[in-house]
Design a protein. Sequence first.
Length: 434
Amino acid sequence: MALAAATFASPLLAQDDPARTLFTNVHVFDGTNKELIENANVLVEGKLIKTVSTDAIPAEGATVIDGGGRVMTPGFIYAHEHIMTQASAPELLIQDDRYLAILSSTIARKYLERGITTIRDAAGNSYGLKAAIDSGLVPGPRIYPSGPMISQTSGHADHRFPTTPTTFAGGSLDVMVTRRGDFVVVDGVSEVLKATRENLRRGSSQIKIAVGGGTGSISDPLEVTEFLPEEISAIVRAAGDFGTYVMAHVYNSNGIRRAVDAGVKSIEHANLIDEDTLQYMMDNDVWLSPQVSVYTFIPPGYTKGQAAKHRQAFAGLDALFTSAKKIGFENIAFGSDIISSPDQIETMLGEFEKRAEWFTPVEIMRQATSKGGELMALSNVMNPYPGKLGVIEEGAYADLLLIDGNPLEDVAVILDFEANIDLIMKDGAIYRTR
């Protein structure tokens, strides 16, 4: 059958579709190779890819979709997102929790309708949304939840102003810590262990910590290092006991080295890293999870000091990516890190175009597909979706896009998703066709 008029189905409706779908006449980017597999056919059975071949595939009873020479790619994987915190800064502090839950479901739909079929949530109480998506209540991407980001007092998740009384004098942490569970603030080995194990109990696929300052927090410059080595090591060991890994928010080289020495496997941001430390990461098989989009605007509600840190982080990107290219750093993930910016979340696909200043289209597409799949697989025992992601090959999850245009030549074709992403399939179910 030819591609139909544009639709966007819920997962419940999608489950009524035939169990087998045969795509014919597609040019396949398999997630890794720089050359398209031309004039290919792809058979999907259930949630998985059954066959990829340039020969005809017998598939009696299957729904047949003529790709019309379009490019087929894996669904995109965004490795650093904040799906639960997309309200404005004031709303996050004063809005009703049920309002924010409904808002998060609309954000989930925005991800999926842009071809983003998997996200790693980098901080937030996204367990319930993940369950709603997995059960078919709402459409959205797969979620690898970190749960609340673990931070020290005066660290990246401590959003109190300097004038707020200390907890020793009757002061309290903000509602995103005390009630919503998007962040947790702890100190000492015993507290970080408990926080880690609580996250694992809730179903975190990996653990997110902050080991350096951030632009969104008030009290910690980007140059500071957070958590003592023994605290980070305890978190890594507790996560390792559950078969998974730790990802760490950090910009500066000192914090990155401390995290790597403790066994952290994914460094988030790293904008202020020096080349020797980047080489140290590569030598220790540590992933780099950088973002560009979030630094191209000042989030609403930022103070003058926060805005200055944001500009500082943006200024470091060129040196980071130039060094990565120079030393051949390949384990680079993809994501936006857009947070607390309702207007900007609509531009999440802009990350593709923004990386083109440093990377080729093929490199960018690998980062957004197969590299993301490799990173998600590090969750091992805690992987909520065991199986291959981000590739088009036999046995991989059938997360597929049909694109009118060739992103291996020009990634900008992806930006106009409504015009150019003609089909979105997740888990073998078609969510949108044109």
